[in-house]
Design a protein around this ligand. Sequence first.
Ligand code: ATP
Ligand code: MG
Length: 232
Amino acid sequence: MLKADNLSKVFNIHILGDKVIEGCENISFHVSKGEFLGLAGPSGAGKSTILKCIYRTYLATGGDIWYDSILYGQVNLATIADPMVIGIRHKEIGYVSQFLKVIPRVSAIDVVAEPLLTRNGASANEARKKAGELLERLNIPARLLDAYPATFSGGEQQRVNIARAVIWKPRLLLLDEPTASLDRESVSIVVELLREMKEQGTSMIGIFHDNELMESITDRVYRVNPEISDVG
Ligand SMILES: Nc1ncnc2c1ncn2[C@@H]1O[C@H](COP(=O)(O)OP(=O)(O)OP(=O)(O)O)[C@@H](O)[C@H]1O
Ligand SMILES: [Mg+2]
């Protein structure tokens, strides 16, 4: 379904006199339909950069990212035009960033219901009902459903973030440390959710700071630049 072939990303920092910073280099892996791939490696190795190149937050500077799209057939995410990227983000690929990008003055329940309205054509009632059920499952207290996530704790925000990404059941889900700020109980709820997604055929690429957790939920782990020593 997705194949990264010699993917590289370098950043040119103009204000530093065109200083070049390596984001990731010579990354090659593949993910099959329904497979869960873990990305491991020391801090700064380029794990988040790889997910951002796939989601096209970053434009790759070398190599290819072949993706079998439902909408467009086989495409190279490293080179396709922005409107196709938007279509694919809308219908096919979900992304859980490490931190919630808070949408101002939208309540938690509506933040989570929104993808169902815009992507799956659900009615407002149906979307809010499903969003409420999912947030409840993720242990978000009922009194917070109509509150603004901007005021939530880090762990609550992260659960809203996860709910928003999984509710519309993307066919490929990118996860950047989705459980980093969660307590043990929330972690197991999220793990159970991800297992269900996988059973329903979602492919996933995930970064987890907890190696044991990553080994237990992924099918395979790709190590990014293992030669870089981890300096924390
Ligand atoms: N927008 C950017 N501009 C400049 N450099 C960047 C940018 N994004 C990432 N980098 C650099 O790319 C390298 C890889 O960063 P990245 O965030 O991908 O690492 P990571 O493996 O996810 O690390 P961590 O485990 O700490 O999250 C780092 O040296 C980082 O400074
Ligand atoms: Mg990272």
